[in-house]
Design a protein around this ligand. Structure first.
Ligand code: 5GP
Length: 182
């Protein structure tokens, strides 16, 4: 994450809204073919994945019995680099036992948050657990964490929009933008 003592401004669009929409539809298509006539719990990670989770859910076909749930987490310690220790601010409301779960995240940076959440949910014995991540920064990866549904690989640059923020701003942008100091 950018240093907090400098300000940032929007630079340019990395992923335009049409490209995001097309890719979300493709991910929903994969989910539709794999969970037909099944029950599925989509677990969005607040707040960054809210818009992605909502768009994805609306593209999942009616034959799938979808529940939506959310978790809120925060990393312990230094905000500029994820320590891997994750504090659960809000847990799922639905019991995970025997459920088909897809954990929906906005972005995988080091992978520490996602792998922590996956381990935590696996310990609850779901019927299945997969991850759906809109953005991945492969250059930043510190831990291996399988992603079954991946939107885009992006370079190691800080991005905002489509649910992603900088200091609480810019989640509402329809496109995904790069930010720069200034
Ligand atoms: P990880 O545990 O994978 O290192 O961290 C994932 C979290 O870092 C994301 O859920 C997000 O909150 C934050 N993050 C990482 N890269 C970016 C980025 O480019 N933009 C924004 N807005 N958040 C990011």
């Amino acid at each position: 994450m950018p240093e907090t003592n400098v300000s940032f401004k929007l630079c340019d669009i990395l992923l335009p809204r049409e490209q995001i929409r097309k890719r979300v539809a493709e991910l929903a298509g994969m989910i539709n073919s794999e969970y037909r006539n099944e029950r599925l719990v989509l677990v969005g990670v607040l707040k960054g994945a809210v818009i992605f989770t909502a768009d994805l859910a609306r593209m999942i076909e009616d034959s799938i019995d979808v529940r939506m749930d959310f978790m809120a987490v925060s990393s312990y310690g230094n905000s500029s680099s994820s320590s891997g220790a994750v504090k659960i601010i809000k847990d799922m409301d639905t019991p995970a036992l025997n459920q088909n779960i897809i954990l929906v995240e906005d972005i995988m940076d080091t992978g520490l948050t996602l792998s922590y959440l996956k381990d935590m949910l696996m310990a609850r014995n779901p019927k299945s657990l997969k991850t759906c991540v809109l953005l991945e920064k492969p250059e930043r990866k510190k831990v291996e964490c399988a992603i079954e549904y991946r939107g885009f690989e992006i370079p190691d640059e800080f991005v905002v929009g489509y649910g992603l923020d900088y200091a609480g701003r810019w989640r509402n942008l329809s496109d995904i933008w790069r930010v720069v100091e200034g």
